[in-house]
Structures are given as C-alpha cells and as structure tokens.
Design a protein around this ligand. Structure first.
Ligand SMILES: NC(=O)C1=CN([C@@H]2O[C@H](COP(=O)(O)OP(=O)(O)OC[C@H]3O[C@@H](n4cnc5c(N)ncnc54)[C@H](OP(=O)(O)O)[C@@H]3O)[C@@H](O)[C@H]2O)[C@H](O)CC1
Ligand SMILES: [K+]
Length: 509
C-alpha cells in the first residue's frame, strides 16, 4: 500500500474533486460520514460523553461535520473549537454554520480560556490539526493537548494525532492517540520510532479518493502487507528437486558465538533453500553437526576465528557475518572473500561492523548485495543522523551510492533500495530478542538461494519473519519468544500467507 506525503494527499483531493465534479465540502462530508459510521457501528447509540476538539482548518471541519452526524443520531456531544488562528478554512466555516443551524453552539477555546473538564470515561475526538500542521504549536495549544493527554479519556484522532507533523519529528506536545482513523492512506510517521510512539492503533478509512491518481503517483515509501508480498512468492514446481532451490552458505561464528550460525543456517534451510552449508571456525563443527543434521559444515583451519574463507563450490547465495567477530585476521579474510564475489551477498552483524571499520571494503561488495543493520550498525556505516527522517534519507543515499539493499531492522523494519523504502507491517515486540536478526539473515539468504531477486528476498523475508513472530507470540507471549521459536514458525507463516481467503467472509465484505 502506498504511503503518500501531505502534498500528494492534497493533490489526490484536488484530482478527486475535479474528476467527480464535486465540491470540497462534499469530500469533507464523505470523510466525516466514514468517521461517523466507524463510531456508530461500535457505540450503537451508547450515551457516553463525546468531547470533540476541532481546529479551524479542514481537520477541524471534519470534526464539526462528525459532531452534526453524532447529534442527529442522539449522541451526547460537546463541541469545542480550538481557536488557534483567525484564518479559518472555507469548509470549516460552512459546516460551523450548519452546526449552528441545528442549534449546536460550540464553545471557543482561546489563549486565555480555561480548559474543559475531561473525565477518563469520556471519548475525545481529536480534530485539532491534521496533515496541515506546519510549525510549532502556540504554548496554550500545546497546553491543551497536554490537558487532553492527562485526562486518560479514550482519544480518537482524525487523520493523524494533532501536533504530529507529516515529515519531521514534533517539537512540542502531540496527542497520544488510542486510535487513529486515517483517511485513505497510512502516513509514514505511524511507523517510525520517534513518531510512532503517539499512536496505539491506526486504521484506514476509504474516502474514495481518485484511484487513478493513487495508482499512478510515484511514492517514496510503501507499507508492506500480504497483498504486496503474495505476488513475490515463488511457488514450488512438482518436478523440482533439492538442486532447484539452490545451495546456500552461511559464513560466520567465532568461539562462543556458534549459535548465531546455527540459527541462521536453520532459518535458511527452513525458509526453503535446497541445501545449506555452514562455514565456521573449527570449534563450531561438532555442535552444528549435532544440532542440525540436515546441514553440511565446512571449517576454517583456525579453531576460534575465521581467518581464511574457502568454499570449494559456487553457492547460489551467501550470508556472511553472524557471530563472526571483528579481529584483524577475520577482517582480512572477509576483505579477500568479498573481492572474489560476483553475485549479491547478504551481510549482517560483524560483517557490517567490519565494513564500517574498513570502509574501503565497500567497493568490493557486489552490486545489489543486502545489508541488514540494526540502528547501531547502521550508524557505524552511514554516520549519525538528526532524526528518523534524516536517517531514511541518508540510507537512501548510501543505497544508491553503493547499489545495495539496506534492511533497517526495528519495530517496523524498513527495506531501502535506492530512492524507495518498503515499510514492514508484521512483527511484534517479542521479536526484540537475541538471535532474531540471525534468523532474518538466514531467511533472506535462503530466499536468494531459491531465486528470489535481492529486493524481493528482503521485502518477502522481512514480512515472513515478522509473521512467524506474530504466530509464535500467540503460544509463547512476548517475553518467552526466542529466536529458535521464530524458525519453528516459518512453515506456519508460509501457510498463513498462502491460505486462500475465507470465501464466506470475502463475500460478506
Ligand atoms: N483527502 C483527505 O485526506 C481529506 C482530508 N481532509 C482533512 O483535511 C485535513 C487537512 O486540512 P488543512 O486545512 O489543510 O490543515 P489542518 O486542518 O491540519 O490545519 C489547519 C491550518 O492550520 C495552520 N497551521 C499549521 N500549523 C499551525 C500551528 N502550529 N499553529 C497555528 N496554525 C497552524 C495551517 O494554515 P496556515 O495557512 O496558517 O499555515 C493549516 O492549513 C486532513 O488532515 C483531513 O483531516 C478533508 O476534510 C477531506 C479530504
Ligand atoms: K487530528
């Protein structure tokens, strides 16, 4: 699903209005009707106190229209206009008049007003600012937002939590939304660590914006869910054999860190690589052969570290770096190995740390290779960033310059290739556990080995990894979720992804 910028959303509005030959207030009516339907379906007329805080722009206008619908259906409402500017939008004013025609007179909150009491049992509709926020809030507006946050009432935000800009981190107070009803498209800020913290849950309301525009407009980011990953899946062929699915090699490990290679190799095999060989220092031989009878093991001459990498065949895919250590000898072996590679490789963990330490090695990384850093590893590679948005821009530049795919691991892992980002939607906090990244590296390597293109292997692999975690969490809970359990659930994740839609349900919806 595409993620649009504020400018693109305004363009989509304009295009819809022109094509359908409707007025802008009709689009506002449509948007607010969706809001009303969402609330009405859930509340079914319940006499809970609903306090609507409306700004003076179109986000506020949505709130005012919603108030009218709620009142017409007998809900118990209080409407507050947050009077932060004299520059009221045309559709806000129009709908304010319509509200007054129905004998609903909002109270106006100004700089010197006292704030209304909000009980924890109330529902707050936050329609103060939408995607038009362009500068820091006046102090009294920030105070009002603080007052709403302190109320412990359920807060439903219209389009985006008020105070949250679309393209940079906030500098003042932001509504902490329990639920965001966002129009038509998800917003990038929902998925970034600095801004996603203001949102518990979000949902898209389809307000019928021009599909032609939405389909053809190029975007910088996409949100990846099942409809995006399913077309990437490569079905198995009846007459296939293990050779069809490639021979992958996982290179890594050092004394005390052989487990990382075990997890990655197991994940690589479980995701479907035909054959898997692990290359480790000698100390890893017995444990790997015992733990994973299906994989083959090659060893370095050294007992504890990798000092020379020799693979006596040409693998279909290589994942390198997990548990590998960063000793000088390993760095030399890594550098020499990279120079010999022609096909994309997957580089993780200490492989990334070595690249950061010896930046001259970057030119030996084959085109379209995959780098899977967590934020600290990314910082070592690309340097410090000012904020999450800057981090993404810098990563895009790094990816373009070095022709590599970068998977920024996190709550919503983002795969970057050149000027495009793919935001993952699966996964949960239980996956923040030792070895989770090793499993991902193994999975991506296993997908590459089966013939997935590098970018597809990342987007598909990251989603499947998160889905395995989402399935596992039902049985284990967040705390007890271990990386090996993720591997055990890769098969179920495939099944879940490929499960045909329930026909009855799909007919109803
Ligand atoms: N397609 C859709 O998604 C539709 C969305 N709708 C809703 O419209 C809003 C966007 O409305 P807009 O009027 O453009 O912007 P806001 O309501 O967010 O803000 C109103 C104006 O406030 C000014 N502004 C910005 N920052 C501040 C600030 N810190 N303090 C005071 N004032 C501020 C700014 O105007 P300026 O000219 O003064 O810069 C804003 O324009 C969207 O989120 C949806 O809720 C439509 O209803 C239907 C289609
Ligand atoms: K809002």
């Amino acid at each position: 699903m595409k993620i649009f910028s504020a400018d693109q959303i305004y363009k989509a509005d304009k295009s819809t209005i022109e094509k359908e030959q409707i007025s802008s207030d009709m689009l506002m009516e449509r948007a607010a009707t969706r809001l009303f339907e969402w609330i009405h379906t859930r509340l079914q007329g319940a006499q809970v106190n609903i306090q609507l805080f409306c700004g003076i722009g179109n986000n506020g206008g949505d709130g005012i229209v919603l108030a009218r619908h709620l009142q017409e259906h007998g809900y118990n409402i209080q409407v507050h206009v947050v009077n932060y500017s004299e520059k009221r939008s045309k559709d806000f004013l129009l709908n304010l008049e319509r509200l007054k025609d129905r004998k609903i007179w909002p109270d106006f909150i100004n700089e010197d007003s006292s704030f209304p009491l909000i009980s924890p049992e109330d529902i707050v509709v936050d329609a103060i600012f939408g995607i038009g926020l362009s500068r820091p809030l006046d102090q009294w507006v920030a105070n009002l937002i603080g007052h709403i946050n302190a109320s412990r009432a359920f807060v439903l935000s219209v389009d985006i939590p008020s105070g949250l800009p679309m393209d940079r981190p906030p500098v003042s107070e932001v509504i902490e939304a329990n639920h965001v009803l966002s129009f038509q498209v998800p917003k990038l800020v929902f998925f970034l660590p600095q801004t996603g913290i203001y949102i518990d849950q979000w949902e898209i309301l389809d307000i019928g914006l021009d599909t032609e525009f939405l389909t053809h407009e190029e975007v910088g980011y996409e949100l990846i869910g099942p409809p995006d990953v399913l077309p990437l899946y490569r079905p198995r062929n009846k007459f296939s054999h293990k050779g069809t699915y490639g021979h992958a090699v996982i290179i890594g490990g050092s004394y005390g860190k052989i487990g990382a290679v075990q997890l990655a190799s197991n994940a690589c095999l479980t995701v479907g690589s035909g054959l898997v060989t692990a290359f480790v220092p000698k100390c890893g031989y017995h444990s790997l052969q015992t733990a994973l009878p299906e994989i083959m093991v090659l060893t370095d001459d050294d007992d504890e570290n990798i000092e020379q990498i020799t693979i006596p065949f040409v693998p279909n895919a290589i994942g390198i770096g997990v548990g590998m250590g960063t000793s000088e000898d390993t760095a030399k072996a890594f550098g020499a190995f990279l120079k010999k590679q022609e096909n994309p490789v997957v580089i993780d963990a200490d492989g990334l740390n070595l690249l950061a330490k010896h930046q001259e090695l970057l030119k030996s990384v084959p085109a379209q290779s995959i780098l899977t850093p967590h934020p600290k590893e990314l910082e070592r590679l690309i340097g410090k960033w000012d904020n999450d948005f800057d981090k993404l821009e810098k990563t895009k530049k790094f990816s373009s310059k070095n022709d590599c795919v970068v998977v920024i691991k996190g709550a919503h892992s983002i795969t970057i290739y050149k000027d495009k980002g793919y935001v993952n939607s699966s996964g949960n906090p239980g996956m923040a556990t030792a070895g989770s990244g090793d499993v991902l590296t193994g999975m991506i390597t296993g997908l590459l080995s089966q013939g997935y293109e590098p970018l597809a292997a990342c987007v598909f692999g990251v989603y499947l990894h998160g889905l395995a975690g989402d399935i596992a969490v039902h049985q284990y809970g967040y705390e007890a979720l271990k990386a090996s359990i993720l591997v055990e659930n890769i098969g179920r994740a495939y099944q879940e992804l490929l499960r045909p839609p329930n026909r009855e349900n799909s007919q109803e919806s």
